[in-house]
Design a binder for this molecule. Structure first.
Ligand code: FMN
Length: 199
């Protein structure tokens, strides 16, 4: 069986969400039978569409700006209208991640928009799949996986005065790696199932 392909399609205005995207790609590539690729969606071109069309799973990522996805990511989303029309991503797996300055910052709204975007394309959404960490329990810590207690996708927080060399922090990047691995494992299982059904 060929390696499944997990494409990470993201925008990052100042580099923080790009670090989260790299962590997602790392997590996907660490999965046996999977490889990953990173795609900045700022300027959609033929190479981007070819890469996303050939992927088994696409993980979408955007910073949270003004309580939603960034305008650049939304521009990319709108540029997928021909893909939507032709149902080219129908049945692929999808997942999402976002990063913002606030601990909450309305990240959930951005993640929900990514899930709706994937649903419009007929994609199958893979959630983060981690129990909540951090302050969810009095014994939790900042270093926990999923310290921001998201379920729809991976969340990260970058203090507004720290550069991308310092934020997001290690636990959020490990959470992003987990999302990449979770999607890659699901894609491997899907590919095995597809082959079994076709045989
Ligand atoms: C235009 C704009 C809007 C923002 N809106 C929010 C917001 O709604 N919630 C929040 O917590 N942070 C917000 N931020 C902070 C960013 O989410 C944060 O700086 C993030 O790390 C930027 O990621 P990036 O470096 O990948 O662009 C905003 C920043 C900008 C530039």
């Amino acid at each position: 069986m060929h390696d499944v392909r997990v494409a990470v399609a993201f925008h990052s205005g100042y580099g923080h969400t790009a670090r989260q995207a790299e962590a997602v790609a790392r997590g996907a590539a660490s999965t046996s039978g999977a490889r990953s690729s990173l795609h900045d969606v700022t300027t959609p071109d033929g190479a981007l569409w070819a890469a996303l069309d050939s992927a088994d799973a696409i993980v979408f990522g955007t910073p949270t700006y003004m309580g939603g996805g960034s305008a650049v990511f939304q521009g990319f989303a709108e540029a997928t209208a021909p893909v939507w029309q032709e149902r080219r991503w129908q049945g692929k797996l999808a997942a999402g991640f976002t990063n913002s300055a606030g601990t909450n910052g309305n990240k959930d709204t951005a993640l929900s928009a990514l899930a709706v975007f994937a649903a419009q394309h007929g994609m199958i959404w893979v959630p983060l799949g981690l129990a909540p960490g951090g302050e969810y329990s009095s014994r939790g810590s900042r270093a926990d996986l999923n310290r921001l207690a998201g379920f729809t996708g991976a969340m990260a927080q970058s203090p507004s005065d720290l550069g991308p060399d310092q934020a997001p922090d290690g636990s959020d990047l490990r959470t992003a790696e987990h999302l990449g691995a979770q999607v890659a494992q699901a894609a491997v299982r899907f590919e095995h199932g597809r082959r079994a059904v076709a045989a």
